[in-house]
Design a protein around this ligand. Structure first.
Ligand code: FMN
Length: 144
């Protein structure tokens, strides 16, 4: 199994509909591909953790890399892993209630990620560090 973590930046402010579409694609495709992880969407920045079979990660990443809604990819971790940090795939957004989600998709509020001991940051130190660094890059979230 592999884990891939990167950050990226939206090319332009994304609408709530566009963010809901991305969350929808994650739910539609990642579960089917056996991928767990986390996608934090905050103020035009993304932190993405994908875990699962290497070939499946490659397939999804190939699409994501060519997605013109974001750019400035910074790879944080590529690792061969024995254990997952997440048991499922979770999307996080500041105000999920504003997103026009289709039925069945859950998006977690950013507030769930803020406590430094939040389980939602994952069960592996390097992943928790990636989440902490990402949150700390927003001055208003410095307390995280
Ligand atoms: C920051 C970002 C993260 C994304 N993450 C995923 C993902 O984890 N899984 C996925 O299938 N699509 C993801 N997408 C969307 C893909 O780029 C692509 O639009 C989608 O996979 C197409 O799937 P569909 O044919 O089912 O609509 C992401 C897009 C962006 C901008």
């Amino acid at each position: 199994m592999h884990r891939f973590i990167y950050t990226s930046t939206a090319v332009a402010p994304l609408s709530d509909q566009q963010l809901a579409d991305i969350a929808g694609a994650c739910h539609r495709n990642n579960r089917r591909a056996g991928l767990s992880g986390l996608l934090v969407m905050h103020k035009g920045k993304f932190l993405h953790v994908l875990e699962g079979e290497e070939s499946r990660i490659r397939m999804v990443c190939d699409r994501i890399q060519h997605d013109r809604r974001h750019r400035d990819f910074k790879v944080i971790e590529v690792a061969s892993i024995d254990e997952r940090a997440f048991s499922r795939f979770t999307v996080v957004h500041e105000t999920p209630q504003k997103l026009p989600l289709l039925g069945g998709e859950t998006v977690l509020p950013l507030s769930a990620l803020l406590p430094s001991n939040s389980k939602e940051r994952g069960a592996v130190t390097s992943v928790r560090k990636a989440v902490r660094d990402f949150l700390a890059s927003f001055s208003v979230l410095l307390a995280a």
